[in-house]
Design a protein around this ligand. Sequence first.
Ligand code: G
Ligand code: G
Ligand code: MN
Ligand code: NA
Length: 254
Amino acid sequence: FETEKDLRRAIEHDEFVMYYQPRVNIETGTTSSMESLVRWTHPKRGLVNPTEFVPLAEETGLVVGMGSLIIDKVCRQIGEWKKGGQPVVPVSINVSPRQFTDSDVVALFRTAIEKYDINPDLVEIEVTESSMMGDDERVLQTLSRLQAMGIKLLVDDFGTGYSSLSQLQRMDFDVLKVDRSFTCQIDRTNEGNVFVKAIITMAHALGMTVVAEGVENEEQLRILKSLACDEIQGFYISRPLPPSERQPILPRYF
Ligand code: G
Ligand code: G
Ligand code: MN
Ligand code: NA
């Protein structure tokens, strides 16, 4: 449990580092993208996971300052990979609802993309439905502007309370990420498969790429393939890793 004061200091000193977890094409085993996931290098506690501080950051509004650091950090990392001469895959960034309402998120992305001289199609944004629940159209317009820049938009945690059908009617998302809670049912019950199948069919009809999150074993991979899922992410492929352990960044996993 972290205090607000602690978190405020973390932002001032930029105590955050990003880990990267690949998203893999289910047919070819090649990496299509990576999700960036924040970690806090706490001076006393060491590496702290986001489940322990992102909720407090969101409640207090500190997520806006933290999010600005993250956008810069991820774009800088993409620029470094690019300079390293390797082929680079796109990287997705989780953007909290308040980042859309309480900051000029278009300017943040534009500035970082120009600063590190990267192509906007190397940047993707993950949002949950709560980002889009405002009473005005501003968030939708902001998302459209980001998409017009060439940034792909992903619906995160689809199927949970935070992400559902109404969201898909309001925005042309590029990619749908099926929440882990569905994936962990598919190798156990036939009913689990039915839900995932329905989500995949709908997403494809809407022109979206489908990613299953939280894939932990081969059986899940096999079933997802039979259900025409496009991509998988999860411990079966790789845990999130820091850039130093992410070399080469474009392995073929199967
Ligand atoms: O990496 P982990 O599974 O512990 O992440 C837990 C939660 O924290 C996830 O819901 C994820 O969306 C959120 N999270 C991880 N990284 C970031 C980030 O960079 N920004 C924001 N806003 N949330 C993040
Ligand atoms: O909400 P979001 O999808 O952004 O959260 C991603 C989180 O899920 C990260 O914290 C990551 O560490 C975690 N995660 C990634 N792959 C797996 C997996 O295969 N199993 C489990 N249990 N968690 C995972
Ligand atoms: Mn995510
Ligand atoms: Na997710």
